[in-house]
Design a protein around this ligand. Structure first.
Ligand code: HEM
Length: 182
């Protein structure tokens, strides 16, 4: 996993739980990197899983809730790492249409060792879209958090329902993303 994900994770912990919490997690996890992350480097996926597991024990918040919350936090960090012109979309739907074909393509040019998921809009509905997610990491809840935050940044909050999920044994996830009813 790219270092940018880890540096954002560290920032979220320090902002929301305090420096002391980050130090406790590092003590607990005994990570090969020593917990010193730089955004362009790549670290073992297991390190983020260990850190999230340790944070869950520390905070008594379940892992899935933490992963989704981290996705929300991560969105601004990732979005601001690209030139503003690359994030200039008129609405959430056109942004989601471009994640796989433009945004992650750019990420893979910048970091040839990046492993971005397959994430595509497969259907358009009157009130939303169906999003297809596939990745050996099965981090669909991170995608859920990212999409919620992106939706909020356009002032159009959404509901997201998994209709099938890799974590239940499916070969991909399908998510119904719809404008929140007011
Ligand atoms: C709503 C928009 C987005 C969604 C749904 C999305 C989805 C994801 C997900 C789920 C992952 C975790 C890896 C996996 O599942 O295999 C990921 C990784 C990543 N994404 Fe995105 N993403 C979005 C926007 C962005 C933006 C704006 C950037 C800008 C730089 C970005 C850069 C990255 C990077 C650097 C990684 C790490 C890849 C690696 O560790 O090898 N993403 N994305």
């Amino acid at each position: 996993m790219k270092g940018a994900v880890f540096t954002n994770f560290q920032e979220m912990i320090e902002d929301e739980f305090g420096m002391e919490c980050w130090e406790k997690l590092l003590e607990k996890c005994d990570l090969p990197s020593g917990g010193i992350y730089t955004s362009a480097a790549t670290y073992d996926d297991q390190e983020i899983l260990s850190l999230v597991g340790a944070l869950s024990e520390y905070s008594s918040v379940p892992v899935p809730t933490l992963v989704e919350a981290f996705g929300r936090y991560l969105y601004n960090g990732l979005a601001s790492s690209l030139p503003a012109s690359m994030m200039d979309y008129p609405d959430l739907w056109s942004l989601l249409d471009s994640v796989d074909s433009v945004i992650h393509v750019e990420v893979n040019k910048l970091y040839p060792d990046a492993l971005t998921p397959k994430i595509i809009v497969t259907e358009k509905h009157q009130n939303g879209i169906t999003l297809y997610y596939q990745s050996p990491r099965k981090m669909c809840l991170l995608a859920v958090g990212l999409v919620h935050k992106a939706a909020e940044s356009f002032g159009t909050p959404v509901t997201i329902k998994h209709t099938c999920c890799m974590n239940d044994g499916a070969d991909h996830c399908s998510m119904l993303v719809e404008l929140e009813q007011v």
